[in-house]
Design a protein around this ligand. Structure first.
Ligand SMILES: Cc1cc2nc3c(=O)[nH]c(=O)nc-3n(C[C@H](O)[C@H](O)[C@H](O)COP(=O)(O)OP(=O)(O)OC[C@H]3O[C@@H](n4cnc5c(N)ncnc54)[C@H](O)[C@@H]3O)c2cc1C
Length: 539
């Protein structure tokens, strides 16, 4: 019997297999239905560029390359990184490609029987599901009325070639939907984007020359979540002030971003939404005349005529592209698990009944930041549970924690928590898993002993490396080396200076003043600085 079967060789499956091997779980097999690694990125639209920078996307202990800190991988570059990672950590030889899992059946005695499409059967004590959530496209019900127009899901979309000169409706304004809108509006005769409510919280990839996700740092992410409304207003102001006299498009794009973000109805606005970390949609609007319309409520002429909730009529529609997400359905699991809600799982990972015998990797989607550090932390925790170094709480406690976590996510994200069932707060979730593992970043120790590294940890984008400094699985010297290469946010220097002055210099000044006798009146320089009026009075 195997110790663990990992299903899927996307980034989640690779990091999970690597952690299991590294922590000493030897009998591990990774099953992948495709013929190569990379998961969704190996088979998506041609011009995909990741929305999280290399700094944030990299795994903790495999450097993404000098000079790449502000870069965003293309899909090929991302797959290349994961291939090198898998090779480096001996994961490749554990993967069985072209092995589609068709059934995972709990055995009466112990473990799971895993059946493959080839007819082979494997038996394992544990199963890790790293199958992503991008398999079964989800559509609005009116899709079935589209008999006279072509339609596609973003899963099938590769490029806009077939939309040249056409009238195209893109449905959905998430990251894929925004990219579809931009590419299509460049070549189409007309491009509309239909949004049910908002396009999430729009944030760009870059801020000047730096990767904007450096702002996902401990200083900014220390701002309380219930200050979200105020914080969002500050961001709106900053965007509108950030003008470039030479670039009218830049100013117009920023204006549209603020308009779209102002429509966001989440109570905690920026802290209560999922991020759409690309300006593709506002660029499509400003640069190529793409038009945002409301939800489609009526279909006529087999889809040639569409009516929106805000009273518009779209005529002569030729094609519709749905970027409307995916169904949460895993066909090969037992009936009771096929449509598992991520929020019913302990830490979005463990089922109360199957406990440590079954784990979901990658079912916690961060609001901003990146999915990959989350997968790595989950994989580390799961591997520790497999080796017995950590154990899950008793069922009642597991249930209590799951309920409390669910309530906290619903409170922070309100309606968005229902819309995206796996949504979590990036930094809070990472720190939470770190506390279960026991690898929280030693911030106080580093403030005093390694202030330079501390500065990078506090002002650089929060990613997986800072959880390698102490505790189980630590790789302190490698982590220090990598952390020094993580660029701190450009606002770090002035804020750091202000902090040092207010926390160190000012209090010391105060203490000295309190301890030393007041001799200021005797100092001629002090006298010189006084105004004539005060001098006169002193005299
Ligand atoms: C277009 C797109 C862009 C994204 N960009 C970013 C980004 O920039 N930054 C970010 O942090 N996140 C991004 N994400 C979100 C997330 O990081 C990705 O979805 C990521 O690929 C998830 O990795 P995964 O390994 O969990 O799943 P996947 O990449 O989906 O991999 C799952 C693997 O499981 C295999 N599999 C599934 N079923 C079976 C079966 N029955 N038998 C055997 N194998 C099976 C699949 O073939 C696949 O290889 C993006 C998602 C999408 C869809």
């Amino acid at each position: 019997m195997l110790d663990c079967i990992v299903i899927g060789a996307g980034p989640g499956g690779l990091v999970c297999t690597k952690e299991l091997l590294e922590q000493g779980v030897r009998e591990v097999v990774c099953l992948e239905q495709a013929s190569d690694v990379g998961g969704v990125f190996a088979n998506t639209y041609d011009n995909l560029v990741l929305t999280s920078s290399t700094t944030i996307s990299m795994f903790s202990d495999f450097w993404s390359g000098d000079g790449n800190q502000h870069k965003f991988w293309t899909k090929d570059e991302a797959v290349d990184y994961w291939k090198r990672y898998a090779k480096h950590f001996g994961v490749l030889e554990r993967i069985r490609f072209n092995s589609k899992v068709v059934a995972v059946i709990p055995q009466e005695s112990e473990g799971w029987q895993v059946q493959l499409a080839s007819g082979d059967t494997l038996v394992s004590k544990r199963v890790a599901l790293a199958i992503g959530n991008n398999a079964i496209p989800k559509y609005p019900a009116w899709k079935n009325l589209l008999t006279e127009v072509e339609y596609f899901h973003s899963k099938e979309y590769r490029n806009a070639d077939k939309f040249v000169g056409k009238n195209v409706l893109a449905v959905g304004g998430g990251e894929s939907g925004s990219d579809v809108a931009l590419e299509t509006s460049r070549v189409a005769s007309n491009c509309w984007v239909s949004l049910r409510d908002t396009a999430g919280w729009l944030a760009d990839r870059w801020r000047g020359k730096e990767a904007a996700d450096a702002f996902v740092n401990r200083v900014i992410w220390g701002i309380p979540r219930n200050w979200g409304e105020f914080f969002s207003k500050v961001i709106h102001r900053a965007r509108l002030i950030d003008k470039d006299p030479a670039n009218k498009d830049f100013n117009a794009v920023n204006k549209i971003v603020v308009e779209l973000n102002k429509k966001n109805k989440a109570r905690n606005v920026v802290w209560g939404s999922f991020g759409t970390k690309t300006y593709s949609l506002p660029k499509a609007i400003v640069q190529h005349g793409c038009k945002v319309v409301g939800e489609i409520v009526k279909v006529e002429d087999g889809g040639k005529t569409l009516h929106t909730a805000d009273g518009e009529t779209l005529r002569n529609v030729d094609a519709v592209v749905f970027s409307t997400g995916y169904k949460n359905h895993v066909s090969f699991l037992p009936e009771e698990l096929k449509e598992t809600d991520p929020r019913s799982l302990y830490k979005h990972m463990f089922h109360p009944k199957y406990r440590d015998k079954l784990v979901w990797i990658g079912w916690a989607r961060p609001n901003l930041g990146s999915q990959f550090p989350i997968m790595e932390m989950q994989a580390r925790l799961f591997a520790m549970i497999c080796t017995g170094e950590r154990s899950l709480p008793a069922p009642a406690e597991m249930e209590r924690v799951t309920c409390a976590d669910r309530a906290a996510w619903l409170e922070q994200f309100d309606h968005n928590a229902h819309r995206v069932r796996s949504l979590v707060d990036y930094r809070i979730y990472l720190d939470d898993i770190a506390s279960v593992i026991g690898c929280e970043p030693p911030l106080w120790k580093y403030l005093f002993l390694h202030p330079r590294i501390w500065r990078h940890m506090i002002f650089g984008g929060t990613q997986a490396t800072q959880f390698r400094l102490q505790g189980p699985g630590n790789k302190e010297s490698l982590a220090q080396e990598i952390l020094l290469k993580i660029p701190p946010h450009s606002l770090a220097a002035p804020v750091f200076k202000a902090l040092v002055i207010s926390i160190v210099v000012e209090p010391l000044n105060y203490i000295f003043k309190a301890l030393l006798p007041d001799t200021s009146a005797l100092k001629p320089s002090k006298l010189k600085k006084q105004s004539p009026m005060t001098s006169n009075q002193n005299v």
